[in-house]
Design a protein around this ligand. Structure first.
Ligand SMILES: [Zn+2]
Length: 121
C-alpha cells in the first residue's frame, strides 16, 4: 500500500494559497477545535462541523519514546494549531522542533507528523 505524503507549501508561495495543503479539523459554534471528530463538542456539547485549517502549528511539548514497537526511539509531542486544535504527533527534525517552535503538520498513513516549517527564501 502506497503511503500518501502531503507536500510542504512552496518556498516563496502563499501558505494560504489554493495549492497549500490543508488539514480537515472539526469545530463547534464556540470555536472549540479538534483534530478528530466527536459526536458533539467535548467542551460545550454543541455540534461539530468539519473545516479546513492551515497545517501550521506550534510544538507545545515533546518527549522521546525509547521503547517502541519498531525498536527505534522516536520523538512524540503535542502540537497546537492557531485555531487551538491539539494532537499528539511524531516529531521530525531534532532541535528545530523543540517546544515553542513553529512546525507544519502532515497526515501520513493515519498518523500526524510535525516537521520544521520550511524557511522562506
Ligand atoms: Zn465547543
Amino acid at each position: 500500500m502506497a503511503e500518501q505524503r502531503e507536500s510542504f507549501p512552496r518556498a516563496g508561495g502563499s501558505p494560504n494559497g489554493p495549492a497549500a495543503p490543508r488539514l480537515t479539523l472539526h469545530r463547534c459554534e464556540n470555536s472549540h477545535s479538534f483534530f478528530f471528530p466527536h459526536v458533539s463538542c467535548p467542551l460545550c456539547g454543541a455540534n461539530l462541523q468539519p473545516f479546513d485549517d492551515p497545517p501550521d502549528a506550534e510544538i507545545v511539548s515533546r518527549t522521546i519514546v525509547r521503547v517502541s514497537p519498531t525498536g527505534s526511539p522516536f520523538a512524540l509531542g503535542l502540537a497546537r494549531t492557531a485555531s487551538g486544535a491539539q494532537t499528539l504527533c511524531i516529531i521530525e527534525g531534532g532541535s528545530e522542533t523543540d517546544p515553542g517552535k513553529d512546525v507544519v503538520i502532515t497526515k501520513r498513513g493515519g498518523l500526524y507528523y510535525a516537521s520544521p516549517r520550511p524557511r522562506a527564501v
